[in-house]
Each structure stands twice: as C-alpha cells, then as structure tokens.
Design a protein around this ligand. Structure first.
Ligand SMILES: [Zn+2]
Length: 209
C-alpha cells in the first residue's frame, strides 16, 4: 500500500535509461532489447549439449546486468528470468534436468552480498518448475591470492577453479547472467562431468557478441 502510494508520488526509474517509468524497465527500453536467435551455435570441442542465450550483451540488456551486479538491483533477477522463460521453446530443457547456478567467487559474493547467478537461477527454477541444485564451488585466482592475471587470462577462465562439492544431478542446465568466452561454462561442465552428471547444457541471459 505504502509502496504503491510512493510509486505514484515518485515513479520508479527505468534501470536501463534512468528515466521515470512505471516499471523496472520502461516501454522504450523493452522495445530496444537486442534479441537474437536463442540457441547459440555450438562451439568446437564444447562439452555443452546446448547453450541458450537469447540476448546480446548490449543496450538495455547490458544495463540490466550491470544494475543487478553492481547496483544490487536484485529485483531485476525476476524480470531477467521472465524474459528468459518467455524466449525459450517449451522443451528447451529435459524434464528431469536440474538448474545449477554458475558460482561467483567467494570474494565477489562477499563484496556484493549476494550471488547474481544464484538469484537468476532461483527465479528461473520457480518459473520453469525445475529443481535448483548448488553442487559447484568456485575459487578465483584473486580470492586465493594469485593476483596479476591479465584481462585475457580472466576471460579465458585461467586461474579459476570450479569443483563439484557434492553429488550433482544426472542432467544439469547451468545458469549465468552473461557468457563472455564460454570458458567459465566449460569449466563448470568439466567439474560436473567428472562426477555423476552425464549431460550439461547452459542458459545465459545474454552473450558478448
Ligand atoms: Zn528505459
């Protein structure tokens, strides 16, 4: 009630263009979302059976990801999950699959106070009626004290370790906000396939073109 009254007095700002809007994303920014073919082309040697990623990391999609990650706009996770769910075909994931968030490093989690991919995966699991499991842990080079990696090293996933810490489901769909080079998804798939998991796919909100 109080929230609704406040919204009338001071309309919330659109997270992409920062103009007053009746919603988290204004109509104009919704229309400017850079949609692409949701099924990403398979990379050579990839361990992923499929990779769904319906948006380019550009324009309003990029602004939404930044707002979630760097401005704690956690309510955007529900909006992103809804956009993902609406853009995927009905049988994009196997019915017995479980969603597994790509884990943020412990350092990043501490800095932000939350794990953005975990939030996105939680919202998506509710919409798609799939279980959410968290078998992966990540140790980044920065967290373990190996500083001095180049940007290229970080993008390629060098210096990062992902391990499955407990029994993982047979069929997994990894969830993350952005796919940059795909290296992090491949590391997660490697860790899972070393255990009992037999098939790994992925869904990311957007991809770097
Ligand atoms: Zn806007």
């Amino acid at each position: 009630m109080l929230r609704a009254a406040l919204d009338l007095l001071v309309p919330p700002l659109c997270w992409a263009c920062r103009e007053p809007a009746g919603d988290r994303l204004c109509k104009a920014c919704r229309l400017r979302l850079p949609w692409i073919e949701p099924l990403a082309p398979r990379r050579r040697g990839s361990l992923l059976q499929q990779h769904w990623s319906p948006l380019e990391f550009e324009g309003p999609a990029r602004a939404i990801v930044h707002a979630l990650k760097f401005h704690c706009a956690t309510a955007l996770a529900a909006l992103m999950a809804q956009q993902l769910a609406d853009s995927l075909p009905p049988r994009a994931f196997p019915p017995d699959a479980a969603l597994v968030p790509v884990p943020a490093s412990r350092l990043r989690q501490r800095q932000r106070g939350f794990d953005h991919a975990d939030l996105l995966a939680s919202e998506l699991a509710k919409l798609m009626l799939l279980p959410l499991v968290r078998p992966l842990k990540r140790d980044s080079a920065l967290a373990s004290g190996q500083r001095g990696l180049s940007r290229g090293d970080r993008l390629s996933g060098r210096g990062m370790q992902v391990r499955a810490v407990r029994t993982a489901p047979l069929r997994v769909v990894l969830v993350d906000d952005v796919c940059t080079t795909g290296a992090t998804l491949e590391l997660c798939a490697t860790a899972l396939l070393a255990g009992e998991t037999t098939a790994v796919s992925a869904v990311t909100y957007c991809s770097v073109p």
